[in-house]
Design a protein around this ligand. Structure first.
Ligand code: FES
Length: 355
């Protein structure tokens, strides 16, 4: 068999690098180099050739693929997660993990883990009222967030005031009730498990005809201190992007090891780097890992533990988890039926990339 029939996989994780502007990096495509992820000339005679990447900006952060299965060479696209039947796991009962203490939430309902990672419990205490609406900020700069903030909104029978996040993207997810989200001059029916995209410069209003409140979370990307309110809608709607809601669709699920996820608000409907997904996690503890994006997760069902290097905190249905960029973490599901989560990553377009 010819040596270039396939590229062997020397490692199952990408390699993080901070690049020098203008420098050319020769990425090993054959998998034989002993200087991964870079070429050392070992491809000679194999038919493989290194791929050149020239860094555009100083300090550009990248994850070079090392498994050689990526479809976006030279960068990782998460394909390494599917090299084995199960997502990479960790033993929660190992001696090292048994030594990690559980911590409780502070008075504000947030259990603070290492590096700004937090598990937040949503309760009624901190909700502010504004007509038919009750709302609160769940994640913001006070938590160390740098890229996204998360708000909880609850609309009782009637209509909310007009709201906007200025020149930011807003990514909504409905967790209870049904009703309508009016974006500019367009009206979109929504129900539980609907993702919604509001573009920069647009405003929105919630409408609810039911006795049951319409409950949702809104991620503002980039970070916003607060929602701007006004009585009247301005009516702006960016017609170039007519699709604004995405529902659950079993046929759109993608596999990641023994896990599944579905993209909701993402680049296919015009949201290039504010990305929403829903995913299920089986009874297991993920191996500790990190991401280059900031992430907020809402636990829709199930329970477990959030782990960082020296702390762990319980996670229950309804909780929100905040994950800063590059913070090492591991989410454990202890529910036999699994855990369902919905997340927003920013800046990023692929929630399966980890290192
Ligand atoms: S390391 Fe190859 S796809 Fe991630």
């Amino acid at each position: 068999m010819a040596d270039d029939a396939c590229a062997p996989a020397p490692q199952l994780k990408p390699c993080y690098a901070e690049l020098v502007a203008g420098r050319a990096y020769l990425w090993c495509s054959c998998g034989r180099s002993r200087s991964q992820p870079f070429c050392d000339g070992s491809h000679k005679g194999t038919g493989f050739k290194p791929l050149v990447h020239v860094a555009k900006t100083a300090g550009e952060e990248v994850l070079f693929c090392v498994c050689k299965q990526t479809r976006t060479p030279p960068f990782c696209d998460g394909a390494h997660n599917n090299l084995f039947a199960a997502y990479e796991r960790d033993d929660p009962n190992s001696a090292a993990n048994r030594a990690i203490p559980a911590i409780a939430a502070d008075a504000d309902g947030k259990a603070r883990l290492d590096g700004g990672c937090a598990v937040c419990t949503i309760d009624d205490r901190a909700l502010e009222s504004r007509g038919a609406l009750r709302h609160r900020r769940v994640i913001g700069a006070e938590d160390g967030a740098q890229h996204q903030s998360l708000f909880y909104l609850e609309c009782r029978r009637g209509a909310s005031p007009a709201a906007d996040f200025g020149d930011r993207h807003a990514v909504l997810f409905v967790t209870g009730g049904r009703g309508r989200v009016v974006i500019g001059a367009r009206t979109f029916p929504v129900e539980v498990n609907t993702g919604v995209h509001i573009r920069p410069g647009e405003d929105f209003r919630l409408e609810n005809d039911d006795g049951e409140p319409l409950r949702l979370f809104a991620a503002a990307c980039p970070l916003a201190d607060a929602i701007s309110w006004r009585e009247e809608m301005q009516g702006r709607f960016d017609d170039r992007f007519p699709i604004r809601t995405v529902a659950l669709d079993a046929s759109a699920r993608r596999q990641m090891g023994d896990r599944f996820f579905q993209m909701l608000v993402d680049k296919t409907i015009g949201s290039k780097i504010a990305t929403q997904f829903i995913g299920d996690i089986p009874l297991s503890k993920a191996a500790p890992h990190r991401h280059l994006y900031e992430e907020s997760l809402i636990v829709l069902s199930g329970e477990g533990w959030m782990w960082t290097e020296s702390r762990k905190a319980p996670v229950r249905t309804g909780d929100v988890i905040f994950l800063p960029r590059k913070q090492i973490h591991s989410l454990e599901c202890t529910a036999p039926g699994g855990m369902l989560v919905v997340g927003v990553i920013y800046p990023g377009d692929n929630p399966s990339i980890n290192y």
